[in-house]
Design a protein around this ligand. Structure first.
Ligand code: SF4
Length: 330
């Protein structure tokens, strides 16, 4: 049986401090949200002195960024620096995820997906798309692919259990620290006739991409939700392919030994994150990662002479909102 904890508090920042941190007595008596690096390092100091515990929580994107390049992690998760022109890809994915969320929530509520329901979802999705900087063609393309997806999987025997349900799950605790992993899977379901819990992750694809079972996201989901199966639900937007060649589902099956290895490595990374968090150790650049994942969005920043870099913020980069797992959809 999975233990899926409702989101008890919003994860806006990387670190939490428990047990009545003096300046925050007005807040929760047991959990405190920390708002800045300074507060976090103060919290660490207090924790050190008073034997209080530091809680570190992260999702798969943050762990990916941390492992990829500590400087990138610092810029993205601590300074919230975003590329000015990098939103479109994410926004297209976000709108598609919204359609999928409405679709599977309707199934979760045992509503029949007839033509009227489909049109209602399309209309709500269309209205939602106005929140994003998408062209009319991009919205129309998303609606087209959503209709195609429904037609293709109309008879699937999926029974949704949770849709876009956020969780935090403890994976480690000692006297000093507690490590929580967080996530918001697109869909948790079972097949009719089976009691096995399966996680599904929707991916908007403009070309077919092979995903690795080693991915932090999939290991994190399997670990947190105590399931052995994660399915990548590829929703291809390739115009030249037939539905059967662009709507593809790739299952990854995990064993306890491999998941335990992932967990140990994640805890080790978490402990290191705490050491780096206050900036006293600097944030080293991993120059072997700059060209990965279609090229790091910070290449222009890092390639500029150090004294000139901050001038790029405002022109080529902007300070965005803190990372929110609910918005970071691929
Ligand atoms: S460009 Fe390279 S060094 Fe700079 S943040 Fe990205 S990965 Fe790190």
């Amino acid at each position: 049986m999975i233990e899926l904890r409702k989101k008890e508090y919003e994860i806006k920042h990387n670190y939490f401090c428990v047990h009545n941190y003096p300046n925050y007595n007005h807040m929760s008596d047991s959990i405190v949200l920390l708002d800045s690096i300074r507060e976090i390092s103060m919290c660490a100091e207090v924790a050190e002195k008073d034997d209080r515990k530091i809680i570190i929580a992260f999702d798969a994107t943050e762990l990916d960024n941390w492992e990829m390049c500590k400087f990138r992690w610092h810029m993205f998760h601590q300074r919230h620096i975003r590329g000015k022109h990098q939103e479109s890809y994410f926004e297209k994915g976000t709108v598609l995820h919204y359609f999928m969320e409405l679709y599977y929530k309707a199934k979760l509520n045992k509503e029949t997906i007839d033509q009227a329901k489909l049109e209602e979802i399309v209309e709500r999705g269309r209205i939602k798309s106005l929140d994003y900087d998408l062209t009319t063609e991009e919205v129309a393309e998303t609606i087209f692919q959503f209709r195609e997806y429904h037609r293709f999987y109309e008879d699937e025997n999926i029974i949704p259990l949770y849709v876009e349900e956020p969780f935090t799950v403890e994976i480690y605790s000692d006297q000093k620290i507690q490590v929580l992993i967080a996530g918001q899977p697109d869909l948790i379901f079972k097949y009719s006739g089976s009691s096995d819990i399966i996680v599904m992750d929707h991916k908007r694809m403009s070309r077919n991409t092979d995903y690795s079972p080693l991915r932090n996201q999939f290991n994190l989901y399997a670990t947190a939700l105590k399931t052995d199966t994660v399915i990548v639900n590829k929703i291809g937007f390739q115009k030249t392919l037939k539905p059967k060649d662009r709507f593809l589902r790739t299952p990854f099956v995990y064993n306890p030994e491999s998941l335990d290895e992932w967990k140990q490595e994640a805890v080790r990374e978490a402990k290191e994150m705490i050491l780096y968090n206050d900036g006293s150790k600097g944030f080293p650049k991993n120059r072997t990662s700059c060209e990965k994942w279609n090229g790091c969005y910070l290449q222009r920043y890092c390639a500029t002479r150090p004294s000139g870099r901050e001038f790029l913020i405002g022109s080529e980069y902007l300070v965005g909102t803190p990372w929110d797992i609910g918005k970071g959809l691929e």
